[in-house]
Design a protein around this ligand. Structure first.
Ligand SMILES: C[C@H](O)[C@H](O)[C@@H](O)C(=O)CO
Ligand SMILES: [Mn+2]
Length: 417
């Protein structure tokens, strides 16, 4: 049977439950995933005075062929994007600035340092998102930035974040789609603090300065990302979940939930509905923590499906901004992007093909037997046939055919680096 014939047969199975598969695919096409550029070069960036990766995060593995120039990184992203169905976005960090060999410190960064990225995004019809980089820098050597006791260091990072918001606004104006600029800081302590409040007060004051200027939401959105611990900040993180939840609600900012930034049995899927009762929008960094915030490539596991279900069944596709955050240097990096992003899109498709309203009704009626039975049966409905058809329609390889393309790219391009 052809992909189309299998699709037609799958459509019939879903139509029994009133699910319009064609409409689901139309919806899916309109959902952008923000693909993080940093999977392509192990969060190295292109700064002239490059520092080692710091901030309590780590990339392990030494698979050959990582991008070492902006041109290589963009070429690798293009390859991955050609294997992922849909129109997506690319998420940049400040350390991906291009400064023509001149050392420009982060507080001095300007939109012009990202012109190549903007032109490239225009050429490929992509939106851009942005992150100030508050790690891998001598002024973050002790793991403190916006909450630092030293005023000069704080000033430097505040200015960097202000500069980053202007860069994000520029992206939004140039590309006609708002840029999400997300602030994540590594600040915290290895051992038990004697004062948890003072650093948090300083962080709050720094954020107030950073966000003092309003930027039109048509071009730019602000997000803040919390964390539970990092390497070297095991006992205390200044920007905890509660800190940013409070800050975001009070100041009309987006909370960004990274799926690797919570206690191991705490799930982001269970937070989305609560948070959307109090904010119009929130943002995600979808990652895969293995025992810690290890940033493994996203797989189609239960939690990914549950996150997608929470977004879809709560009618929140326009409210939850979906970004990815993983970095694995032990496998082909183009494959890592492709696997992780295809899985995110697959999870959304899965969620669109579940009779969500019927299942909600069953719960309201207290019919938990039918609820469980159907939720389980839908796991093996012919979702794969719909996915294959979607890939074919979107002119990207069907099933594992993309892997051969990555292997050819590795042979022709990556292996020559
Ligand atoms: C590089 C990313 O911005 C960084 O991973 C941050 O988002 C994070 O999740 C830190 O743990
Ligand atoms: Mn993150």
């Amino acid at each position: 049977m052809s992909v189309k014939q299998q699709y037609e047969s799958a459509k019939q199975a879903y139509s029994k439950w009133g699910i319009d598969v064609d409409a689901a695919l139309d919806t899916l096409k309109s959902v952008p995933i923000s693909i993080h550029c940093w999977q392509g070069d192990d969060i190295g960036g292109f700064e002239v005075n490059k520092s080692e990766l710091s901030g309590g995060i780590d990339v392990t593995g030494n698979y050959p062929g990582k991008a070492t120039t902006p041109e290589e990184l963009r070429a690798d992203l293009e390859k991955a994007l050609s294997l992922i169905p849909g129109t997506h976005r690319v998420n940049l960090h400040a350390l991906y600035a291009e400064t023509n060999g001149e050392a420009v410190d982060r507080d001095q960064l300007k939109p012009e340092h990202f012109e190549n990225w903007v032109n490239w995004a225009k050429e490929h019809g992509l939106g851009l998102d942005f992150n100030p980089t508050l790690f891998s820098h001598e002024k973050a050597a002790d793991g403190l930035t916006l909450s630092h006791p030293d005023e000069d260091i704080r000033r430097f990072w505040i200015d960097h974040c202000i500069a980053s918001r202007k860069i994000g606004e520029h992206f939004g104006r140039e590309l006609g789609t708002p840029c999400l600029t997300n602030v994540w800081i590594p600040d915290g302590y290895k051992d038990i603090p004697s004062d948890r409040l003072t650093p948090r007060k300083r962080l709050k004051e720094s954020l107030d300065e950073i966000f003092a200027e309003d930027i039109d939401e048509q071009y730019h959105l602000d997000a803040v990302e919390s964390k539970v611990f990092g390497i070297g900040s095991e006992s205390y993180v200044v920007g905890s979940h509660e800190f940013y939840l409070g800050y975001a609600l009070k100041n009309n900012k987006l909370c960004l939930l990274d799926t690797g930034h919570y206690h191991p049995t705490e799930t982001v899927s269970n937070k989305i509905s609560s948070m959307l009762l109090y904010s119009d929008k929130l943002a995600l960094h979808v990652s895969r923590p293995v025992r810690w915030d290890s940033d493994h490539v996203v797989i189609l596991d239960d939690e990914l499906r549950e996150i997608a279900l929470e977004i879809v069944r709560n009618d929140a596709l326009g409210k939850v901004i979906i970004g990815l955050d993983f970095f694995d240097a032990s496998i082909n990096r183009v494959a890592a992007w492709t696997i992780g992003t295809r899985n995110m899109v697959k999870a959304l498709l899965y969620a669109l093909l579940v009779p969500n309203d019927h299942l909600k009704q069953l719960q309201e009626e207290g019919n938990f037997t039918d609820r469980l039975a159907l939720m389980e049966e839908f796991k093996t409905y012919p979702f794969g046939a719909v996915w294959d058809y979607y890939c074919e329609q979107m002119n990207v390889p069907v099933q594992e055919a993309w892997l051969n393309e990555v292997k050819e790219y590795e042979k022709a391009v990556l292996s020559k680096r």
